[in-house]
Design a protein. Structure first.
Length: 94
């Protein structure tokens, strides 16, 4: 499994667990360890959503490339290629 897809899936799962009506009123009763165990057990259910979220970011915005261009070491066109390569790497399995 891809590390970035897994990270995003865990983030989505954390959001669901922390906002779950069942736990919302008892958040003080549920330890970080409880929440972490729930995420570890359930993040697999969010892999498709995680992959879709990353794929939606595939093309950088103009503002992103403009900001990268401010670094002087990256041209705006290079920024786009680098960003797309980074997203492709984030989506690769294994």
């Amino acid at each position: 499994m891809n590390e970035m897809v897994e990270k995003v899936a865990k983030g989505l799962c954390r959001l669901r667990v922390e906002n779950n009506e069942k736990y919302r009123h008892d958040t003080q009763k549920h330890s970080k360890e409880f929440i972490d165990r729930a995420i570890e057990a359930g993040y697999h259910n969010f892999l498709d959503e995680a992959r879709a979220a990353i794929e939606a970011m595939k093309e950088p915005t103009e503002e992103m490339c403009d900001n990268a261009h401010l670094m002087e070491s990256l041209a705006a066109s290079t920024c786009k290629d680098v960003w797309e390569d980074m997203i492709e790497a984030a989506l690769k399995d294994g």
